[in-house]
Design a protein around this ligand. Sequence first.
Ligand code: TRP
Ligand code: ZN
Length: 885
Amino acid sequence: MRDATPQTIYLKDYTPPEYRLGQVELTFNLDEEDTRVISRLRVQKNPETAAPNAPLVLDGEDLELISVRINGQALPPDQYEVTPESLIIPGAPKVEVFNLEVETRINPRANTALEGLYLSSGMLCTQCEAQGFRKITYFPDRPDVMAPFSTLLIGDKTRYPVLLSNGNKVASGELKNNRHWVKWEDPFPKPCYLFALVGGRLECLEEKYTTGSGREVTLQIYVEAHDLDKCGHAMRSLQQAMRWDEQAYGREYDLDLYMIVAVGHFNMGAMENKGLNIFNTKFVLARPDTASDADYEHIQGVIGHEYFHNWTGNRITCRDWFQLSLKEGLTVFRDQEFTADHVSRAVKRIEDVNLLRTRQFAEDAGPLAHAVRPDSYIEINNFYTLTVYEKGAEVVRMLHTLLGAERFRKGTDLYFERHDGQAVTCDDFVRAMEDANGVELQQFRRWYAQAGTPELFVVGDYDAAERALTLTVKQHCPPTPGQSVKEPLHIPLALGLVGPDGNDYPLRLEGEDEPATKSTRVLDVTATQQRFRFVGLPEKPVISALRGFSAPVRLHLHHSYEELAFLLAHDSDPFNRWDAGQTLASRIVLNLVEQLIEGEQPHKADPHLLQAYRKALTQDWDDLSYLALLLTLPSEDYISALMKVIDPDAVHNARQLVKRELAQALRAELTALYHAHHRDESGRFDADAVGRRKLKNVCLAYLAELDTPESHALCLKQFREARNMTDQIAALGGIVNSTHPERAASLDAFYEQWQGEALVIDKWFALQATCHLTGTLTSVQALLNHPAFDLKTPNRVRSLVGAFCQSNPVNFHAADGAGYRFLGDHVIELNAINPQIASRMVSPLTQWRRYDDGRQKLIREQLRRIADTAGISKDVYEVASKSLA
Ligand code: TRP
Ligand code: ZN
C-alpha cells in the first residue's frame, strides 16, 4: 500500500554502502503460512563511507520481526527501531566487524504479489529481483552489497521432497516429524537479488555438459510430474547456450550444477538467480503438439538470456538499479545473436526491430519516456522496460557495428577481466570498450543518458555530369518529459547505393584514394547536419539507408513507389529489402486511411504492392520464413504510429481492405503455395520445417480473409488434422476471425482437447481476446467468468485482459470507451492482488495523446480514476500519475 507521498529516487544521490557483508548464513523453516527465517550476517563497517556513529539500516517489508541479536546477545526493543520499510539499529556499530542475527516470520500463502517467498501450485519459490529479498528478511537490499551465501532449508518431506537453493548442495539429512533438511553453499559473492530457493514436489530431467576446458556440469530442469515430457527443448537450448558463450565470448560456466525450475505463477519471463534459474513455465515447456514454433524460438531465446546473465549480470553485476541496462541491454544483445546463429539471422533481426519500432518507439514518444540509464524512479519494477532491454540492446549493437566484431570482443574480454566480482556502471562498460581499442566514445555515451527516438533525415542529390551523389544527413531528437534540450548523437549509418541493374555500387567517398570495394559502409553521423559525397557512380543509384537497422532511429528518406518496389526486389541487405515492402504497404494503407477518414468510398489499393507480392510468390526462395515476413503486412500498431492522430477504425478497415484485395487477386498463387508446403507433420523444430509452416500459414491467413465456403473448409481441415500446435492454432485463428459455421464448435473442441495444459488454454483465451470482429469485448467479459480464468495467475491475466487491451486495437479503442472502462476496472482489481502486473496493464492508457479528443477524454477519465483509487500501489501510481502530468 502506498505512502502518503511516494518518494522519487535519483541517480545523482547514489552513495556507496556504509556497511559491507562477509559470509551470509540463512536458515529457512518452510511452511505455507508460517515460514521462519534466521539470517546471520557478518557485518563490516565501510571505513571510507560510514560516519563514526552511522546507524545500521536494513531494508525490510511485510515482515514480522521475532528477534535481533548482536554478537550472540539479544537486543532489547529499545535498542532498535522498526519502520514499515526498515530495521534501524543506532547503537550497533561500536566495533568494525560484528555478527548480526535476525529472525523473521513470513506468510508465503498471503503473498499474491509474487515477490519475495510465495506459493505457486503448492510449490514454494522466490523472486527477489529487484527488491524482493527485503520481503524475506531484513537486509541491505542493494546490488552493490555482495556476499557469499550459505542456505539451510528445512521442510516437510511429503510437501517439499525437493529443496533447492543457489550453488552446490553440500549436505542433507532427516529430522523427526517427517521433516528433512538440505544445505546449499554458493561460493561466488552475489547481491541478494540473485538469491533463490525452491521447495516442492518436483520431477527433474538431468543431463551432463562438458565445458571447453573439460569440466563436467550437471544440468537439471525441475517441473511438475506431468510436464516432464516437455523439457527436452529447454535442455537442448541450455546446452547450445553454454557452448555458444564459450565460442562467442570465451565464457565458461563456473559451478558444477545448473538448475532451472519452471513455475506457473510468475510476473515476468524468467530470472537468472545464481545456479538456480526460475522460469515462467511458458519459457520452458514445449512439445510439438502443445507449443508453436514461435514458442520454441522464445524458449531458446529466454534459456539463452538467463544463461548468459551468469557472466553479464551475476559475475559482473550492477552498482545500482539505474544501471539495469548494463546487464539487460548487454544480455538481450547476446541472446539476440545466439538466436540469430541458430535460426534465420535476417528473420530474427526483423522480429527484433518490429518489436522495437512498434512498442519501444511508442514508449520513447510517450509520458513515461526515459533514458536507457534512467535518472530517477519511484518504483524500480516500472523500469524493466522496452527502453532498458530492447533499446539498451541496440546501444550495445551500435558499439558492435562501430568497432567491428573483433574489437568488440577485445572490449568484452577486458570488461570481464577488469570487473569480475564487481558491481559496476554502464560507463564502466563503455570505458572497457574504449581502453581495449584505444578509441574515444565520449559522444556515444549520450545514448545512455538521452531519452527519445532521434529522427534521421536523409536526402540524396545525384549529379550525372560529376557521377557523384551528395548525401545530406540531419538528425533531430524531439523533447521528452524532463529533457527539453537534446544533443546530437553518434549514429552509425550503414548505407548502400543500388545501381539500376539491382547490384550495389562499390562505395568511394570523395577524396579517398583506395579503390572502392565495400558495397555497405558505416558512416559516422555525429553532427546535427552533415554531408557525404560519393563518387564514381555511372548512373543514379537508389539509396539503401540504415541497413540492418544500424541505429534505433526513425528514418525519413523519401522513395517513390517504383523505388520501393525496386528495393523490395533487389536490395542485397535482407532487412532493408523487407523494410522497403513495409514502407510500400504502409503508404498504400495510409492512403486508404485518408480516404476513409474523408468519408470517400475507398478506391482500389495502389497496384505496386500486388505486383511486388506476385513476383515474390512465383520466385524461388531458400529462406521460407523470410518470404513469409515479406508477405506480411505491417501491423495496425506500426501503421498507427505513422499518423498524427490515430484513427483505429480507419487503420483497421484500410488494412483489412488491402489484405482482402491481395487475397482475392492472388488467390491462385496463395492456394498453390499453401498446398506446395502443407505437410502432415509432427512439428519438429528445424529451420526448414519452421519456414514451411510459417509460409503456409501466412497463405492460409490471407485465404481465410476471403471468408468463403472454400476457405472455411481449408481452415477446418487443417484444424482437425493438425499434429502440431503451429498448424492447429493458425487454423483456429482463421476460423475465429471469420463467420465460419464451425466457430463455436471448434473453440469448444480445442478447449476439450487441451484443458489439462495451462499454456495451451492461455492460447485459447488469447485467440478469442484478439478476435477483430465486433462483439469481442462482450465475449471477453463472458470469459472472465469461465472457471479456468484466474486473476491471480499472471499468464492468464495477460492472455485475456492483456491480449485484448494490447493486441486488439480496433476493439479496445471502441469510441464509446467500453474498452477503457474494462481496463480501468481490472487495473484497480489487480492492484490489490499484484501491483507489478496491474502497473504493466496500464501501459495502453499511457498513449492517450495519440488519439482524437473524444478518446483522449475517455482514457484520461480512467487514468484519473486509477490514480485516485484509495490504497493504490507505488507501481500503478507512478505510471498513472506520470501519464496524466
Ligand atoms: N532479470 C530478469 C531477466 O530479464 C527479469 C525479471 C524476472 C524481473 N523477474 C522479475 C524483473 C521480477 C523485475 C521483477 O532475465
Ligand atoms: Zn535479463
